[in-house]
Design a binder for this molecule. Structure first.
Ligand SMILES: Cc1ncc(COP(=O)(O)O)c(C=O)c1O
Length: 408
């Protein structure tokens, strides 16, 4: 029998969506392990001790080692309802779907709403993994700029009205993060949150509110989540324990109307979130460890943020930043002649891992930015990392900077 493929290697007939992009890579440098300022990892020194809760979960093996309920353990759904109540959100168990992290929730939302070519509104910039998930769903992006109060709702209104006037289909979804936005750190004003809900009602789209950083607050008073302004079920809330407890647990939730949850649940292909970890998390909530961790982490990260800002002022002259009141990230605007991708490459050679802002845009940005995470490294490492970044930056400024001014 003759073979269809005479080569020893298989012919990879990839699906169109299977991009060959390296999302993150550990870069070996002359300095050994680089200082990590790129990824939004939890601070390793405060990861919670979960041994007693995990041992208790192991006792009930008929529950925790069995397939679990598709929507999640009832006790965990109730614990999530209680957690959200403290944020000013009134919800109930039947509105909660447990998922494997917020990204899983977004992926399920795309599966039930987004056909190839459907328009989805995002802020510019936005969460890089959301861009990836929406691209996989072949969404068409409508990118809206932000200012200090969050996504610009007046520009959004104009864009929506223009689409309507041109007879174009309305976007089905808007994705945004109102609290300590990734990557900009912006907290959206209450007025903008309310306006978004009004626009969603008027132009008939759903808002996906992804709110992982809300409790990681250093100063200022919280304003209600977008979901708290919603009386008509237009807001799909995404939550996660990744930023308030431990990303490795891979547990998040969707808070939405039951018809949406039913469709999302039916798109799950993973057999449900691990019941052992869910039961462990229920105990962690009950033992107050989630609240404890939030308090400890917020105190520490405030110091990390301040250290990073001081180091940037010293070592990255000519850049500009906005001080975030919470969250994990600083968003650094670079002078126009400094290409962010090149700076990231050169910084890696100096022994520091950073992230090019280009990855945080759904459409090609006109300006140059870096996203720096102050969550993972210690203050000493942050200061060292920014100094290393500063060396790469200084070299680029002298190569590509504007010619020095000379008096005639
Ligand atoms: C905006 C945003 N959403 C969600 C997450 C976490 O997603 P997951 O719960 O899948 O770990 C992150 C983590 O970086 C994030 O920045």
């Amino acid at each position: 029998m003759s073979r269809i493929n005479d080569q020893m290697t298989p012919s990879y007939r990839w699906a169109k969506r299977a991009h060959d992009t390296v999302v993150s890579a550990v870069i070996a440098t002359a300095h050994g392990k680089p200082v990590e300022l790129g990824g939004g990892y939890d601070f390793p020194d405060t990861l919670p001790d979960i041994v007693s809760e995990a041992m208790a979960a192991a006792q009930s093996k008929h529950e925790t080692l069995q397939y679990g309920p598709l929507y999640g353990l009832d006790e965990l759904r109730d614990a999530i309802v209680d957690y959200l109540r403290d944020d000013g959100i009134t919800t109930a168990r039947e509105n909660i779907l447990v998922v494997n992290g917020a990204k899983h929730g977004l992926d399920l939302a795309c599966r039930v709403f987004v056909e190839p070519g459907d328009a989805v509104i995002v802020a510019a910039p936005t969460y890089l993994n959301a861009v990836q998930i929406l691209k996989n769903a072949e969404a068409h992006f409508v990118s809206i700029p932000q200012d200090d109060a969050g996504i610009d709702t007046e520009i959004l209104r104009q864009r929506l009205q223009a689409r309507h006037d041109a007879g174009e289909p309305m976007p089905k979804l808007l994705f945004d993060m109102p609290d300590f936005h990734n990557p900009t750190g912006i907290a959206m004003s209450a007025a903008r949150r309310q306006r978004l809900v009004e626009l969603a009602m008027y132009y008939d789209f759903f808002i996906i509110e992804d709110d992982p950083y809300r409790r990681i607050r250093f100063e200022g008073e919280p304003v209600p989540p977008i979901k708290a302004f919603d009386n008509t079920g237009r807001v799909i809330g995404l939550g996660t324990v990744s930023k308030i407890l431990a990303p490795g647990l891979r547990i998040g939730w969707v808070n939405a109307a039951p018809p949406i949850l039913r469709r999302m649940a039916s798109q799950k292909s993973d057999g449900g979130t691990c019941p052992f970890l869910q039961r462990t998390l229920v105990q962690l909530f009950r033992n107050g460890k989630v609240d404890q961790h939030i308090a400890t982490l917020s105190t520490l990260l405030r110091l990390h943020r301040d250290t990073m800002i001081d180091a940037i002022r010293e070592h990255l002259p000519g850049t500009s930043i906005r001080t975030p009141n919470g969250g994990y990230f600083l968003w650094v605007r670079l002078p126009p002649q400094i290409d962010a991708d090149e700076l990231v490459r050169r910084a890696a050679k100096e022994g520091v891992s950073t992230l090019s802002g280009r990855l945080c845009f759904a459409e090609e940005p006109s300006d140059s930015f870096l996203r720096l995470a102050y969550s993972f490294s210690t203050p000493g490492q942050i200061a060292d990392g920014i100094e290393r970044l500063g060396r790469a930056y200084a070299a680029m400024r002298s190569e590509f900077g504007p010619p020095p001014h000379r008096d005639l």
